[in-house]
Design a protein around this ligand. Structure first.
Ligand code: 5GP
Ligand code: SF4
Ligand code: MG
Length: 460
């Protein structure tokens, strides 16, 4: 999911949030929502669909206030309907508040039971609502916003980057492992106008300047007095999702003071060092494989070119293609350049293989267009384990690399050769401590323990 928050008296906070969410659209296309706080009054609008479908100018004009919270939903476990759209809005002793969540809790069953024993009720079955209910309960028992939130987080286990709007201030929070990203920006260089966003591309679009990341286990509290920081978790240990870096986040977003484009370029360079093969053309799968394919070309010395053109306007559509169209494959989204590919030995680079279905269709399309050899190179290791922290990498039995060797996968997707980047190569290219990342979908080494019943639901 994508989350966004802003504290900016005298600005059109709803409109700025709209643009922030627009830049973060890649993080979730299922539903969008904005809540604004105007003192004790809370306004909210949320619905299924893209940001541009859910909001029109007249709706934004009704969302008045000094504080706004926005959310783009990408559904992982919870079902896909309007009731699950965020921000979650709840009443409390200290007034209404709005919460936007990116990530996935792993202890929802236990948390729900704890909260029900305390007399709490729920409208939905989402983990995000549970966090909000836990905060409301602590506040209703007499705590203030900060104490209430911090007590509630002690009950939560898993991944959570949160933006919370209250009548008096805006809160930004990361779980003790900082699995999902969250950054702080400053608007108009004014130290009482702050912005929170999942990625820096959400700051760029409104002209906010990147200040720093919210740290793992940190809570930032933005009020009329400025920004205050609280390190609330006893043992924070950074485990940033490496999948954010290789695929999920936008290439123009900054992590570790460089764009992810630059990181992905290095992944491709490393991939060429590890698994060179001779060919006539290096190309990437648009858009996610492009930076790594350029890096591969730089190191291998093989010409880079485009071989597939992507229709950028194919989103989630409610109109299903006809049977004939479906049989004709992926061409709705990706169309091969026949004159470029004909007679060529091609290296095609992608960021990852999850189920293998897209890859197989792409390989077939390249061969149909006349490619004489197709070599696939992947800028991350085989995905062998599901994610429990908020990225939809499916049940383990859907993951092609969970049960098949690289040779079997190569045969199934129909390539002449297939190679993946090494785990070490992927992490060393970050230039950071390799222990500061979650890479569980490549190793099964989950940094936040998964309860047995949850494990059983997704593991073979
Ligand atoms: P596959 O061959 O596994 O069907 O598809 C691989 C493609 O899916 C890659 O181009 C990759 O960018 C994309 N991909 C990787 N992870 C995810 C994910 O979590 N969700 C979705 N929708 N696509 C993904
Ligand atoms: Fe990211 Fe994979 Fe860890 Fe999930 S399991 S948080 S996708 S690295
Ligand atoms: Mg892709």
């Amino acid at each position: 999911c994508g989350v966004f928050g802003i504290y900016a008296p005298e600005e059109e906070v709803a409109k700025l949030t709209y643009f922030g969410l627009y830049a973060l659209q890649h993080r979730g296309q299922e539903s969008a929502g904005i809540a604004t706080l105007d003192g004790d009054t809370l306004h909210v609008h949320k619905d299924m669909g893209l940001v541009s479908q859910v909001f029109k100018e007249d709706i934004l004009n009704q969302l008045t206030g000094n504080i706004a919270v926005g959310h783009n939903r990408y559904s992982t476990t919870g079902s896909s309907h309007k009731a699950n759209a965020q921000p979650v809005v709840l009443p409390s002793r200290l007034g209404q508040f709005a919460l936007a969540h990116n990530g996935n809790l792993v202890n929802t069953l236990q948390l729900r039971q704890t909260l029900e024993e305390r007399g709490c009720n729920f409208q939905t079955s989402t983990d995000s609502e549970m966090i909000a209910v836990a905060i409301a309960q602590e506040v209703n028992e007499g705590k203030d916003w900060l104490e209430g939130a911090i007590s509630a987080f002690q009950l939560c286990s898993g991944a959570y980057s949160l933006v919370i709007g209250t009548p008096i201030g805006l809160m930004g929070v990361r779980d003790p492992n900082g699995i999902r990203p969250l950054v702080i920006g400053i608007l108009n260089n004014n130290p009482v106008r702050y912005v929170l966003a999942s990625e820096t591309c959400g700051l760029d679009i409104i002209g906010a300047e990147y200040l720093r990341d919210v740290e793992p286990g940190e809570l930032v509290w933005i009020t009329e007095e400025g920004l205050a920081s609280f390190h609330w978790a006893p043992k924070p240990q950074r485990k940033l999702c490496v999948f954010e870096m290789i695929y999920f986040a936008r290439p123009d977003s900054l992590m570790h003071d460089e764009t992810l484009y630059s990181y992905r370029l290095r992944l491709g360079q490393q991939l060429a060092k590890e698994s060179f093969v001779d060919a006539d053309l290096v190309m990437g799968v648009p858009d996610s494989g492009i930076p790594a394919s350029i890096g591969f070309s730089q190191v291998s010395g093989i010409t880079y070119g485009e071989g597939l053109i992507k229709n950028r306007y194919v989103g989630r559509t409610f109109i299903q293609p006809t049977q004939h169209m479906r049989e004709s494959g992926i061409k709705m989204k990706l169309n091969p350049l026949k004159d470029v590919l004909n007679g060529k030995r091609v290296i095609i680079v992608d960021d990852s293989i999850v189920r293998g279905t897209t890859s197989r269709k792409i390989v077939k399309a390249l061969r149909d267009a006349g490619a004489t050899e197709v070599h696939m190179r992947i800028s991350s290791p085989p995905v062998t384990h599901p994610c429990f922290y908020g990225i939809d990498t499916d049940n383990q039995n859907q993951l092609i690399a969970a049960t098949k060797t690289v040779a079997d996968i190569a045969e199934q997707i129909g390539v002449d050769s297939l190679a993946y980047l090494s785990w070490k190569g992927m992490l060393e290219a970050t230039g950071e401590d390799i222990n500061s990342f979650c890479s569980a979908c490549f190793t099964g080494d989950y940094p936040v323990a998964i309860p047995e019943n949850v494990k059983r639901s997704k593991l073979i």
